[in-house]
Design a protein around this ligand. Structure first.
Ligand code: 13P
Ligand code: SF4
Length: 364
């Protein structure tokens, strides 16, 4: 018997209407995508920037980056935008298109002071939210809003409300690596560079410290204030082990080990210095060690290596997959199409702003 082919008409495709414009797109409009060809003119215009990164970006890769670098720098000026980049951004972003680089505290301060109306945040989502909270009238863009953080994802506002019921009257100190929802339930925020100072600023003998358990344990080792901790962890820093660091030291007893306080305690026990990303960078630049292991996200070693050619970096390479979502093509797309705009529910924003402002206003 002959097979019968049942030919059914394809379902009618609904006509797709273009996505509605966001407030930022309506306000600033969209621009045409610039030409991204690698030409002698692009090579000449970006030569001074390539000089900054030639030790960490091979010359065969520069023809891919350079047209984006030139286009982003031109569009940034045309839009009147400022680019803030965290220390974990890759060198072509950190050294070639960013206007301000730093750790979470430095970026939060600079966002608050920025004169420009448009902030492009090259970092993860909580950093962009922090900028928006501190600059509610500015347009804050993040090149990829999926750039999250395992610490921020480890706790919700409802969790904090339960903790406050369990420990009535105990103030809540929250690491900036958290959502606006969580900040809205918080008394004061902290970063890894000011956590001890913030905890002690409250003048109490007990605080709820959220959400990073390892940062909390590190702070606990530096203060008499008792910390009630949450079991949030950074998926990048929790992968380091003390055994791995002991092996480096056995191979070279003069090696210097510097670590971020999001690392587990057995890792920090091996470290010659513990500090925020900015404090780690300052430590390397001022001490100029012969060989150093930077126990943190590995793009940071590339960024410092570009400026400290005499230091040899040992790089256990743990990348933050969220930070790595930010790329030059996505930054360009942000400036061309004014996306992705960070918007926060005004009722949450009003409460979430206070703990960040309290932190930023603390005297250094
Ligand atoms: P810093 O504030 O030290 O830059 O840390 C932010 C962060 O997310 C580290 O993983
Ligand atoms: Fe979050 Fe860790 Fe990535 Fe920092 S390195 S953004 S703490 S996941």
């Amino acid at each position: 018997m002959e097979a019968q082919l049942a030919l059914r008409p394809a379902p009618a495709s609904p006509l797709r209407s273009p996505a509605p414009l966001t407030p930022a797109q309506q306000r600033y409009g969209l621009l045409p995508m610039p030409d991204l060809a690698w030409t002698p003119a692009v090579e000449r215009a970006t030569a001074h920037l390539y000089d900054k990164v030639r030790d960490v970006i091979p010359s065969v890769e520069w023809p891919f980056f350079a047209p984006y670098v030139k286009a982003i720098n031109e569009l940034k000026a045309q839009r009147g935008a400022v680019i803030l980049a965290h220390n974990y951004q890759t060198p072509e972003i950190f050294h070639c298109v960013a206007d301000v680089v730093g750790d979470s505290l430095q970026l939060a301060r600079r966002a608050a002071e920025a004169e420009q109306d448009i902030i492009v945040q090259c970092g993860v989502h909580f950093m962009a939210e922090t900028s928006k909270l501190l600059s509610p009238d500015k347009t804050v863009l993040i090149p990829d809003s999926r750039a999250g953080c395992s610490l921020a994802a480890s706790i919700t506002g409802a969790d904090v409300r339960l903790l406050k019921q369990r420990y009535p009257g105990v103030p809540v100190v929250t690491y900036v690596n958290s959502s606006a929802d969580v900040k809205a339930e918080t008394d004061i925020c902290c970063t890894s560079s000011n956590a001890v100072q913030v905890v002690e600023s409250l003048g109490v003998d007990r605080v709820i410290f959220l959400p990073d358990e390892y940062l909390g344990q590190y702070v606990q080792s530096q203060t008499r204030v008792r910390l009630i901790l949450w079991k949030g962890h950074c998926e990048v820093h929790e992968r380091f082990t003390g055994a791995e660091l002991r092996a480096y030291r056995e191979a070279d007893p003069s090696i210097q080990i510097i670590a971020h306080p999001e690392c587990p305690p057995d890792v920090l026990a091996e470290a010659d210095f513990t500090g925020s990303t900015a404090h780690m960078i300052d430590w390397v630049k001022s001490r100029q060690p012969r060989r150093v292991v930077m126990v943190t996200e590995c793009s940071m070693a590339d960024n410092v290596a570009a400026e400290a050619p005499r230091v040899e970096f040992v790089r256990p390479c743990n990348l933050c997959p969220h930070m790595k979502r930010i790329t030059l093509p996505k930054i360009l797309d942000s400036l061309v199409n004014m996306r992705e705009e960070v918007l926060i529910d005004p009722a949450i924003a009003e409460r979430a702003r206070l703990p960040i402002e309290r932190m930023v206003n603390l005297k250094a």
